[in-house]
Ligand binder design. Structure first.
Ligand code: SF4
Length: 205
């Protein structure tokens, strides 16, 4: 059955208006965050959570983190296309690539979009869920659904499997409504680096 996660998102956002619930948003990279924030920052108190053990090159991990920090500074500096209901925050989970390689064991030869990516999604979303639970967030979600290369249904199924009574998954399909092209436009406008591969050494090859 096809689930319309974008419609679910719109409904939750409508309920959030004026209440500004605390959202922990797993952020894979600044480009994906750009357009997601246009839809989120005006209704949710957003904290970005950079948890990406899948970016196996430490220099690339650091470079992408720097771009996320740059985006946070732009948004909080008041020159972005949306005014956030609360200052945008950033939390960083320190890199531990061994956790990714453990999760990907036996799946190294999988094509992008296959079983290795499902494990990779689960690893990162589970990290976000754990942090959100420990710090009193009401919702957790991810920027990953904006990418045309990522299976939004799978991401939402994983997120929903992790939610609890007190911490709800924020369903999304940010690639809808031209989301990906919007992210390209915003990166050009604000001078944000867009990487050319997903993150792990297998995708780099
Ligand atoms: S291709 Fe991307 S999503 Fe898939 S395992 Fe590698 S880093 Fe994770």
């Amino acid at each position: 059955m096809n689930v319309n996660y974008d419609k679910q998102f719109q409904e939750i956002k409508a309920q959030a208006a004026g209440k500004n619930p605390k959202l922990l948003l797993h952020v894979c990279c600044a480009p994906c965050a750009t357009a997601c924030l246009l839809r989120l920052a005006d209704a949710f108190d957003v904290t970005l959570y950079y948890s990406n053990d899948n970016i196996t090159d430490p220099a690339e991990w650091t470079k992408r983190l720097g771009e996320v920090q740059k985006l946070v500074d732009i948004v909080n500096g008041g020159t972005y296309e949306v005014t956030p209901v609360a200052p945008l925050k950033l939390v960083v989970k320190q890199q531990d690539v061994s956790r990714f390689f453990d999760a990907a064991k036996g799946l190294e030869q999988e094509k992008e979009g296959g079983a290795r990516c499902a494990q990779c999604f689960r690893l990162r979303l589970a990290d976000a869920k754990t942090y959100a639970e420990m710090h009193g967030f009401q919702l957790f979600g991810t920027t990953l659904t904006i990418s045309p290369y990522k299976n939004s249904a799978l991401l939402n199924e994983i997120g929903l499997s992790l939610q609890t009574d007190d911490l709800k998954w924020l369903p999304s399909d940010f690639k809808k409504h031209n989301g990906y092209n919007e992210s390209i436009r915003l990166c050009e406008k604000y001078g944000i680096y867009r990487q050319h591969y997903c993150g792990c050494t297998y995708s780099q090859k």
